[in-house]
Design a protein around this ligand. Structure first.
Ligand code: BGC
Length: 736
């Protein structure tokens, strides 16, 4: 275990992480290997194959979930004779998922992935992961389908809200930290969806086309770093195809990159309903998940028959089961089995609120309209169901607290997945939280149904807070960057009626904001989780100084994106499962941007986004200076951050590579989140991962010899100080 990023202030936290990752697991990795090998040797082929096939563990079709198994995403029986525990799986990127209330219990809903990504804090990710794992353990689960780290290549991707951002270093470090936190509680975590799954349209069959170098330097790099940081017990492969082969039957990616190049020792589980054939086993898939969702159980009897007849399959089945056993032992799920217990919602709420507050991004604050003056007498709150709660994204990741959602709007008429796809709101009302903070003010609410009505009410208020929402869901991309159901018109009308208009966005991802120039302030609160309402009020009133920075670029319009038209939008009817008509295909050409995802694409095109990656305002001000970079085999950057304002605040120092001997570029190479008191300055050092400086060539990673220039950024678009360093040519690859 090593971290690419330990600033002086974090050394203590980083070493705690190394310890915590071991948790109360009594085994070293070497011991886990030995134990897995010994157990596997003692198994029959029947037993091996038992471990390789899972069911969807909820009432679905004829499925009988065995007595005592908690309803969740998956179940794989154990083998009592060998003390191999059953695997009980739940979705858990944002908390233990609610599955439409089927289990009859709730859990702590953390904010969305992009909210977490906006904290730029591996430490908070670790805390969040440990919290989720503790709750999962107390509900009977020992495997978490967490760690969604697909890069946000398209802000319209329906699952953008589940992912952490658009940069591989940032997503890798944060995603890896979440996994380390989960596994510190003796619960296995996945990282998913391997790989290139940034869009939901036709997700079962769309084919991402990309050249190897671009993939290695972008989406794969995020996974590579996250695996190194978090040592996940399992990797979940994606639904889509990559370069013509299904991701779950993709020999070059699974056997080649993941297992051979990176030496990954855990197991590859399929996404639910993504297995097409038994020979996916030979291509690197180790376990079929939720097999009722596939056309057939390919890994049950067919795999057993193949193993009994064909040595290639026999050897593979041994390796597949050994990998699962290794993760069971390495993470210690056999040592500390799940135990049903009540969960501590108060402790969970505190973590959820801290992440929400640290992840909110202040995008605009004209004339310091925020934080709100306690003197406002008439505050009007409009829209977004702010009287009731805060929005949650939908799909398998959806979490709800006890009692379920406070508002639930159906989005699918019927079917077993309809409750999972509902547009739900958490029980945390921003209106009530605002009232609690402004007891002397008259705070009224309008639902924002009509722009004209909202505007009339706005005229009579001292200040208007409009809650604008963009609901996103697994399975469905959004068609454009507008706010749905006429909300852009409501905001525009209100802004015209009252100059003191503050917009609070709860969006899955970036939106275009045609009214941006007309409002006084904009706070991006994302989907803020179980205590989102309280978190929003704390930031609006200045009890918390906003410190989130965008982990994704907000484009000015879709015309700036690599693919202005959403691929497949005209030919494919969106549906949650993403199956097409027989023979239907959809190629998506990711070579347009290649490794230049998000801000790198904007830099390449010289395009000005609405708000850049890395951007975010504060109620205090910062000075960033003194960038110095050292080269050699382990390059690093150091810089000084100073709080030049009057309030406590946190800044996120960001270092970008801006030029290599091959030409201009823009790559985040290091970052660090630092708390500073007024007047305080801190010198910060970040290690630079050489892979972020290198390009992938036919010989592997290559650093071209010559001058490398770096800049310190307030964002990817606001670069201040430059430093340069000479690097000697270097090529390296993975031991074959
Ligand atoms: C999703 C996965 C999820 C799985 C199990 C799939 O539809 O793509 O992210 O873990 O379902 O619920």
């Amino acid at each position: 275990m090593r971290s690419w990023l330990c600033c002086a202030a974090w050394l203590a936290a980083c070493s705690t992480q190394a310890m915590a990752q071991v948790g109360n697991v009594p085994l070293s990795a070497g011991d886990a290997d030995k134990r897995a090998a010994a157990t596997e040797r003692a198994m029959t082929n029947d037993e091996r194959v038992t471990l390789l096939n899972g069911i969807l563990a909820m009432p679905y079709g004829d499925t009988k979930v065995p007595e005592g198994v908690p309803f969740g995403a998956g179940y794989i029986p154990g083998i009592a004779r060998l003390n191999i525990p059953a695997l009980t799986e739940t979705d858990a990127s944002l908390g233990v998922s609610y599955i439409g209330g089927m289990r009859g219990d709730g859990a702590t809903a953390l904010p969305s992935g992009l909210a977490m990504g906006s904290t730029w804090s591996p430490q908070l990710m670790r805390e969040g992961g440990a919290l989720i794992a503790g709750e999962a353990h107390a509900k009977g689960f020992n495997v978490l389908l967490a760690g969604g780290i697909n890069l946000v290549r398209d802000p319209r991707g329906g699952r953008a809200f589940e992912y952490l951002g658009e940069d591989p270093l940032h997503s890798g470090l944060l995603g890896g930290a979440a996994v380390a936190g989960i596994q510190s509680r003796n619960v296995i975590s996945t990282i998913k969806h391997f790989v290139l799954n940034p869009t939901e349209i036709g997700r079962q069959f769309h084919n991402g086309i990309i050249n190897e170098g671009a993939l290695r330097m972008s989406d794969l790099l995020a996974f590579e770093i996250a695996i190194e940081e978090g040592q996940p017990g399992s990797i979940m492969c994606a639904y889509n195809k990559v370069n013509g082969a299904q991701a779950c039957g993709n020999d070059p990616l699974l056997n080649g990159v993941l297992k051979k190049d990176w030496g990954y020792k855990g197991w590859v589980m399929s996404d639910w309903g993504s297995v097409r054939a038994t020979d996916f086993a030979l291509k690197g898939l180790d376990q079929q998940s939720g097999s009722q969702l596939d056309a057939a159980v390919h890994f049950g009897k067919p795999l057993l028959d193949a193993a009994n007849q064909d040595k290639r399959y026999r050897d593979k089945v041994s390796d597949m089961s050994r990998r699962i056993l290794r993760s069971i032992y390495a993470v210690g799920i056999d040592q500390n089995p799940p135990r049903k217990a009540p969960i501590d919602f108060t402790a969970g709420a505190a973590v959820a609120q801290e992440i929400a507050e640290k992840g909110m991004v202040l995008l605009k604050n004209q004339n310091n309209v925020l934080p709100l003056a306690a003197s406002a007498k008439k505050i009007l709150v409009i829209g977004g169901y702010a009287d009731a709660g805060v929005l949650s994204g939908a799909g398998s990741s959806q979490v709800q607290g006890e009692g379920g959602p406070v508002v639930s709007l159906p989005t699918m008429a019927e079917g077993p997945f309809a409750p999972i796809m509902a547009q739900n709101y958490h029980r945390s009302s921003p209106l009530q939280a605002i009232r609690a903070r402004a007891p002397q003010a008259e705070v009224t609410f309008r639902d924002g149904r009509y722009p004209a009505e909202a505007a009339i009410a706005a005229k009579n208020a001292d200040l208007v807070i409009v809650f604008a929402t963009q609901w996103m869901s697994e399975g469905l991309d959004v068609p454009d960057l507008s706010l749905p159901t006429g909300q852009d018109e409501v905001v525009a009308a209100v802004a015209k009626a009252n100059p003191n208009t503050v917009v609070v966005l709860q969006t899955g991802g970036p939106v275009a904001m045609p009214w941006q120039g007309d409002v006084a302030a904009i706070l991006e609160a994302w989907y803020p989780g179980a205590r989102g309402g309280e978190g929003i009020a704390a930031v609006l009133f200045g009890d918390v100084n906003p410190s989130g920075r965008l982990p994704v670029t907000f484009p000015a319009s879709v015309a700036q994106l690599p693919r202005p038209g959403l691929p497949g939008a005209e030919t494919i009817e969106p549906n949650f499962q993403g199956y097409g008509k027989p023979g239907q295909t959809l190629d998506i050409d990711y070579n347009i941007e290649g490794a230049d995802v998000g801000y790198r694409w904007f830099a390449r095109k010289g395009a000005k986004p609405l708000y850049p990656f890395g951007y975010g305002l504060s109620y205090t001000s910062f000075e960033r200076s003194g960038l110095a970079v050292t080269g050699g085999k382990t390059p690093s950057a150091s810089f000084t951050l100073r709080n030049t304002g009057a309030r406590d605040g946190a800044d996120i120092g960001q270092v970008y590579l801006v030029e290599t001997p091959l030409g201009k570029t823009r790559r985040l190479v290091g970052f660090s989140r630092i708390d500073l008191k007024p007047g305080e300055a801190r010198r910060v050092e970040v290690a630079i991962d050489p892979r972020v400086l290198a390009d992938w060539t036919s010989k592997g990673w290559k650093i071209a010899g010559g001058t490398y220039r770096f800049a310190l950024g307030a964002s990817a678009d606001d670069l201040i100080e430059e430093a340069q360093v000479q690097l000697t040519e270097r090529t390296w690859n993975y031991a074959k």
